[in-house]
Design a protein around this ligand. Sequence first.
Ligand code: FES
Length: 663
Amino acid sequence: MPKHLITFYPGAKKISVDEGENLLQAAMEAGIHINASCGGSGTCGKCRVHLLNGITDSPKHPKLTPLEYDQGDRLACLTTIRGDIDIEIPIESQVDKSVLEIKGDREAHQYLLSPQDIYQLVQDWEVDPPVFKKSVQLAPPTLKDNVSDLTRLTNALERQHDIRGISPDFRVIMKLSRILRESEWNVTATLVLTRKGYKLINVEPGDATHQNYSIVLDIGTTTVSGQILDLNSCVVVACPDGQCDGSTLFALAEASDYNAQISYGEDVITRIVYSQRHGGLKKLQEVVVSTINKIIQELLEMSRIDRSLISHMVIAGNTTMTQILLGLDPKYIREVPYVPTANFIPPVRAVHLGINVDDHVHAYIFPMVASYVGGDIVAGILGSGIFQREPLTLYMDIGTNGEIVLGNKDWLASVSCSAGPAFEGAGIKFGMRATRGAIEEVNINHRTYEPMILTIGRARPIGICGSGLIDTVAALLGTGMIDPKGKFRRDLRTGRVRMGPDGYEYVLAKKEETAIHEDIALTEIDIENLIRTKAAIYAGCKVLLDSVGLSFNDLERMIIAGGFGRHLDLEKAILIGLLPEIDIDKFIFVGNGSLLGTRLLSFSKNLLKEAERIALMMTNLELSNHPAFMNEFVAAMFLPHTDSSAFPLVTERLQNDQCKLQN
Ligand code: FES
């Protein structure tokens, strides 16, 4: 993709961007402030800039007179970059030269791994799916050769494909005689590798080997995501109608939806509580299966693959989600000493769970470690290759819960901290999940305190998602509008900070600019909730490292997983003390690590053993009764931390920013 150079004046700050990049987004990446309060939806008219040189695609707009447009005025949020350009930023930004000197925070996105890089994380895996189809041509029986139909088939599989030790599913036996004769002894056998060897799960007439698909699912507390995979070709195939983004290695199609259990509670604890009601567990099981069936339907429609061609499923989820899906009472997960029913689940026939696939399809359930470290984390460790490599790595998956794993090829240790779903919108007045209309990027002018916000889908703002929350608190801290305890300065001369119904708050978008027709603000209570969440995560990491006599400085890599990680701005997350201050090059984003692991396992049967090995080698540290956890948690209830020596560069930056503002 061609690159273009944008030069912002005054200051001549340059940034190189891809062809087709949005100008407001580019300014955000360069750390240039442009007032933008409708999230980039093109309605507020505040993001006006002046095009000095170069070519852009910018529509005319009622906020610009024809003369202004002809003279070069443009709305940054509606401007697409088509060549090298020089841009003059408006007067209200010119007074804020200090901002121009701050490094562009979005450079952190350069550390996102490409799908190809992610694929390289796991070494020595070969394409050899645990579920496969084999075509066999049988000799019809005679009086001299009248062994049973089943023996005839298993002998042929052994002779023609060197597959031994086959145990048949009874359902195959029930239809075997008919299919063999109707197909004139030319059939396709589907086999799945289990701990006990190969299981014959299906027999079809003729040669049906050319189409063999698998569905993988990540069952999250908030979101369920699925992909459909081609087990034969293992190549990226775009959806016929282009609905797939093609960025997911080997996936034919991908679909996500909210876990319908959300109506029964936001987090695992409330779900467990609900499951104890009369009929509660059955209800929760039914609704998550309804979400799964919806996703499967969507995947089949997107990829135009027939349901009968699905041969296998691989499912990973946290322990509570997994137990509820299996209909296992999760009661004891919540009670001391926090015991799950089973960490290793034998393959389950998917139809027994209510999943709408053919009855021969078996679901492989990722093994779990403990009540709060589930199969999703084991899948993430598998997919990110930590278990094979020397470097000391911290793996972090921040979702409704915060799960953290430390280790390398020789050992793995984990903790889980009840981070609370603040990053998914809960406990935040205008909090929302990262969907269209969510404020996802925020910058605040150091002198005018005016916001520059970008929303997902460039729609009118509806609320604030996790990344917007972190951006806002980082910006409030960076501009000195809040103190390290998260309290607003009371002497700010701006209408953006005011006493609201819930105490002091900062108005990110005014009601005439929002889609909800009320002001969207971040309150002190919201900030306190964010501080609690980040303190729990940081403290969890610290206790885990301390428990093995290591420190953040010993880390050679830090892997951030989860949908939340995709939108996370590293420097801002470090600024507020959510992440440790370590070399930014050590961070790697893997996206949905759980789905990555399920995908790899679908393609490679040698990873079945590895998944079990990971679950067995991981030592879980229980934080709820850990003496050091509360001390670390309290110490982290500060922005960035009470121990400023743990954040030397952030402390220096904040001090410098304050000096600049005072001059
Ligand atoms: Fe561009 Fe509002 S019109 S941000």
